[in-house]
Design a protein around this ligand. Sequence first.
Ligand code: IMP
Ligand code: MG
Length: 173
Amino acid sequence: MPADEILISETEIQNRLPELAAEINEALPDGPIHVVIILKGAIIFGVDLARALMRNATLGFLAASSYGAGTKSKGRVQIDTEHLGEIEGRNVLLIDDILDTGHTFAKTIDILGDKRPASLRTCVLMDKPARRETEIQADHVGFTIENHFVVGYGLDCDEAYRTLPDIRIYAPE
Ligand code: IMP
Ligand code: MG
């Protein structure tokens, strides 16, 4: 199968979650927070991290698509805010799967910022700095990786591999 090289094991991911949660809890103000998960890629990481926070949290979702089919970004980002929830005046944590060129995150942060949250912090499972085309960085990063196209733990290639428990390098045959 084109995705059998494990880059980040299930154990490494599961060990990193409470560390990230502790970092985020220290940085976020006390009280209720609103966790916004970017679909579909961050769905699995997002709910795992939201639970690891072990605090009073509501969930919202944004649906972003920039890739379409295949592994090459089209540079166009579409964002659906129908299930975002209330942002104004709230402490918001935005979660994405991977920071690649940064276009998705940049556009998402703009959309959330316009809705005047009390505070906004950002977290990504993985950062791929080699491919960045924007100034964007995440406040909290699970793992910094080399320039590989990866799948698993929510990330896909043409919708496949999302339910793998680990992160694997996708290498087309
Ligand atoms: P960006 O806008 O280029 O930063 O791309 C971000 C989005 O592209 C992520 O939220 C992912 O859904 C997708 N993406 C970027 N790199 C990868 C990858 O290596 N594997 C799977 N999806 C990726
Ligand atoms: Mg994707």
